[in-house]
Write a protein that binds this ligand. Structure first.
Ligand code: KG4
Ligand code: ZN
Length: 338
């Protein structure tokens, strides 16, 4: 089965053709990230405008690269939630038009389910059940993937998402957007023990909290400024990265130990973080669990992950009519009963 996946929830306009949920036939990504970086973060209106400009050519190229016509597709999958609503709607409306005109089934895909499916593209042998940390710019969840379309959230952030914390700390330290890559780059030459950052207290065994960590970095910078001193950026970047990676890895591994998970995955933009990948690898080995990490090119937003998850949603009968609407928020377990 050939599924086209369309993604436009943030600053990437992406389209990809995937065969049987696992085999990548094409992967095209147009991004407005450089333009967004001028403003230190994503400006929703700019994101929507660029999606509207890029989407047609992006989808066309994904079909051309796969060497197929739209008629050869078996389904058209699109991210319908959650995301910046103006951005989401560009993809949803395009997909609806294409599905209607080509007479193909339309498959709505939840963005975070897509991030998880990035692991299926990387590891052909991976099958649910597994435990997954999904950490992106907007969400940080510890999720039990019970089946391809059944999810149970065990823990989540009570305030900022992990990627958001990286982005905010980068801005505080004068590092460019997006913060994840720029903080990790700066951290390479820093000492992770240089600054003692707090371990946030949070209710809920598997929940996480990052706003205290972000505030601690901000107050260290402000205190230094008041004294006419400066914070050592590589040292602070390394200390922050170490702390946030430790928190995420510890919570994930705790949930894995408690639930007896045999397979552990990472997903989302923050899954590209080298220190997090290392800590999860090391901890899972001690638990005797197998770790699956998505290829770096599938960590950030892409159409392939939507096509992959779209395949499984389609097999489960999750299709939509032309009444499909985009949603700014939606829980990952939106149609799962316990
Ligand atoms: O999943 P994603 O591409 O988009 C959303 O769904 O939000 O995630 C983007 C987030 C950004 O906050 C970015 O700073 C973060 O992922 N990120 C990273 C790294 N690369 C991207 N965070 C930590 N380390 C990285 N290497
Ligand atoms: Zn994402």
């Amino acid at each position: 089965m050939l599924v086209l996946g369309i993604e436009s929830t943030c600053d990437e306009t992406a389209a990809s053709v995937v065969e049987d949920g696992r085999i990548l036939r094409s992967n095209v990504i147009a991004t407005s990230v450089k333009e967004q970086a001028l403003y230190g973060g994503v400006v929703p209106e700019i994101a929507s405008r660029r999606h509207a400009e890029y989407i047609s050519a992006t989808v066309e190229k994904s079909l051309a690269d796969a060497g197929i016509t739209v008629q050869e597709l078996d389904a058209i999958a699109v991210t319908f939630a959650p995301g910046l609503i103006g951005a989401v709607l560009v993809g949803v409306n395009f997909a609806k038009g294409l599905a209607y005109s080509a007479g193909k089934p339309l498959v709505p895909v939840h963005h975070l389910r897509g991030h998880i499916a990035a692991n299926y593209l990387t590891h052909p042998e991976l099958k649910p059940p597994f435990l997954c940390l999904v950490a992106s710019g907007g969400h940080s969840h510890i999720v039990q993937v019970q089946d391809y379309t059944h999810f149970k959230v065990l823990g989540r952030t009570v305030d900022d998402a992990a990627g958001e914390a990286f982005d905010k700390v980068a801005r505080t330290l004068g590092l460019p957007y997006p913060g994840g890559p720029s903080v990790s780059e700066a951290a390479k030459t820093g000492d992770p023990k240089a600054y003692r950052l707090p371990v946030p207290k949070v209710e809920g065994k598997y929940n996480v909290s990052f706003s205290g960590l972000k505030t601690a970095v901000l107050s260290a910078v402000n205190t230094a400024n008041m004294k006419g001193e400066t914070v050592h950026v590589p040292d602070m970047a390394a200390s922050f990265q170490e702390r946030i990676a430790q928190i995420l890895a510890q919570k994930l591994l705790l949930a894995a130990a408690d639930t007896g998970a045999r397979q552990i995955c990472l997903a989302g933009g923050v899954a590209a973080n080298g220190r997090l990948r290392q800590l999860v690898n090391d901890g899972a080995q001690k638990l005797g669990a197998k770790v699956y990490l998505p290829q770096l090119r599938f960590c950030g937003d892409n159409g392939a992950m939507i096509a992959s998850q779209g395949y499984y949603e389609f097999l489960s009968g999750n299709t939509a009519g032309l009444e499909l609407n985009g949603l700014p928020t939606l829980p990952i377990d939106y149609n799962c009963s316990d």
